[in-house]
Design a protein around this ligand. Structure first.
Ligand SMILES: Nc1ncnc2c1ncn2[C@@H]1O[C@H](COP(=O)(O)OP(=O)(O)OP(=O)(O)O)[C@@H](O)[C@H]1O
Length: 236
């Protein structure tokens, strides 16, 4: 019997394609329970595609996706959510023409009560409570990201997949958002975060992985990966 528990989420030799174009060419990646893994690398390396595969939004064409050691190739997005995998896509995935409250309500289809969802969201982010009847599209980028996080957390996920949390946000807001993520991790959440701008996420990451041309080419502590990389990859 193995001494160590299986990683919460694992890709082994994962391959994926858009039509005839292979984009993931054998990705190996592990997210241990209670940890933050930062998936870094330049545009087009395959970070978003990796997140899609993990969330059941794109099928594997080869290799394996495992959740807590169980092979789950071919799982649908609803199955992934049911198994505790929750993703916030690039662009946040909120409904701009619905109010904050309505956006939270849509997320209750997974079984959480609206009252509980609202209480948790407004306690964590009082700003959202003040804007509960405002259209989500009229919120600032940071507030939209708070809403996206609140919707995701309503499903009580085991692992959160975050794609480009920092996109379009001022540096101070990015720092605040990652502080919130760090708090969530302290409460037991595991996180896989794809970021083009490594500097934003490295302070809270346990492990960093560099992705280039559809493969993870290097994995280490944030310090090791930072040392390995040119400042170009680290987002300036
Ligand atoms: N829906 C799609 N159809 C065809 N090709 C796609 C599609 N989405 C992404 N690609 C291509 O797949 C490759 C990897 O893209 P992906 O978005 O996974 O990279 P990324 O590292 O997340 O970069 P980005 O930060 O731009 O999202 C790129 O060459 C991209 O053009």
């Amino acid at each position: 019997m193995k001494d160590e528990p299986a990683p919460l989420l694992e890709l082994a030799g994962a391959r994926a394609a858009y039509g005839p174009i292979e984009v993931l060419r054998g990705v190996d990646l592990r997210v241990e329970a209670g940890s933050v893994v930062a998936l870094l690398g330049p545009n087009g390396g395959g970070k978003s595609t990796t997140m899609k595969v993990c969330a059941g939004l794109l099928p594997l064409t080869g290799g394996e996706l495992r959740l807590a050691g169980r092979r789950v190739n071919g799982l649908a997005a609803e199955d992934a959510a049911r198994l505790g995998v929750c993703s916030i896509p690039e662009g946040r995935g909120i409904f701009p023409n619905l109010t904050v409250r309505e956006n939270l309500w849509v997320a209750t289809r997974t079984g959480t009560r609206l009252r509980d969802m609202e209480e948790a969201a407004y306690t964590r982010f009082p700003m959202l409570g003040e804007r509960r009847d405002q259209l989500a599209g009229s919120l600032s980028g940071g507030q939209q990201q708070m809403l996206a996080l609140s919707r995701a957390l309503g499903t009580a996920p085991a692992i959160l997949l975050l794609d480009e949390l920092s996109m379009g946000l001022a540096p101070m807001i990015v720092t605040q958002m990652y502080d919130t993520v760090a708090q969530l991790v302290a409460e037991g959440l595991s996180v896989l975060v794809a970021e083009q701008f490594a500097r934003a996420v490295l302070p809270i990451a346990d492990t960093a992985a560099l992705m280039l041309n559809g493969r993870v080419v290097s994995v280490g502590t944030p310090g090791e990966i930072e040392d390995h990389l040119s400042s170009g990859y680290l987002g300036g």
